[in-house]
Design a protein around this ligand. Structure first.
Ligand SMILES: *[C@@H]1O[C@H](CO)[C@@H](O)[C@H](O)[C@H]1NC(C)=O
Ligand SMILES: *[C@@H]1O[C@H](CO)[C@@H](O)[C@H](O)[C@H]1NC(C)=O
Ligand SMILES: *[C@@H]1O[C@H](CO)[C@@H](O)[C@H](O)[C@H]1NC(C)=O
Length: 193
């Protein structure tokens, strides 16, 4: 067999091995990967503390995520630029203190928000009313919406679904064919490259 053909076979084997390793590294739910990775960071934007913000707070605690809470759009942006949270939850149940869409646009205008999943908390509709379209929220930059529910379990499950769905998807998109999900420092290195 010519030498170049040998190399080719070798190369294919390496590709297969690489793919196998990659799948096990990024798809693993629990295991050594989780231990080496820094905890997910969550930013709650709620003008006032209530059952809903408390539920998300305790849900973060249960999931082992780090959590910050901001009361105003300005402090939310400031805190986000400092920590680059992977998940942001914005209260969109009433517009008395701020417009959730406006806050979302403010955050989306920043560079690090490319990697962030933003969740809108929307009010529960009375049974006789149809739910409004989610389109304006998506256009403002939200990733998903969560119908208000102050059960810690409901918030916990939502956060886990975000982590395993959207947040990982962002990791993969960002890092392409990487063996492991990088920690925060490497991440910064990637994004500044
Ligand atoms: C919110 O909490 C208050 C007490 O802090 C309670 O009376 C009320 O029923 C709770 N509301 C919901 C929807 O859980
Ligand atoms: C954000 O939360 C972390 C712990 O989760 C805490 O150490 C830090 O002081 C908080 N930052 C702000 C600005 O509240
Ligand atoms: C809130 O979540 C809990 C637990 O998932 C569920 O049992 C309950 O029906 C939900 N409440 C509303 C109003 O959707």
């Amino acid at each position: 067999m010519p030498v170049c053909q040998l190399y080719w076979v070798d190369y294919i084997w390496w590709l297969i091995l690489f793919d196998l390793l990659q799948v096990s590294a990024t798809e693993e739910c629990v295991g050594p990967m989780r231990l080496t990775r820094e905890p997910i960071q969550v930013l709650l934007v709620f003008a006032k503390e209530d059952n809903q913000s408390d539920a998300f707070w305790w849900a973060c605690d249960r999931a082992g995520f780090r959590c910050n809470i901001s009361r105003t759009p300005e402090s939310a942006v400031e805190c986000f630029l400092d920590k680059h949270h992977e998940i942001i939850v914005i209260d969109g149940r009433h517009s008395r203190y701020f417009e959730a869409e406006a806050v979302c646009r403010l955050i989306r205008a920043t560079k690090p928000s490319e990697k962030t999943v933003i969740l809108a908390v929307v009010p529960q509709m009375p049974p006789d009313q149809d739910e409004p379209s989610v389109l304006p929220l998506l256009c403002a930059g939200f990733s998903r919406r969560f119908v208000e529910n102050s059960s810690v379990s409901a918030c916990y499950n939502e956060l886990l679904q975000l982590e395993h769905g959207e947040v990982r998807c962002q990791f993969k998109l960002r890092n392409g064919k990487a063996f492991t999900m990088p920690g925060r420092n490497q991440e910064t290195a990637y994004s500044s490259m």
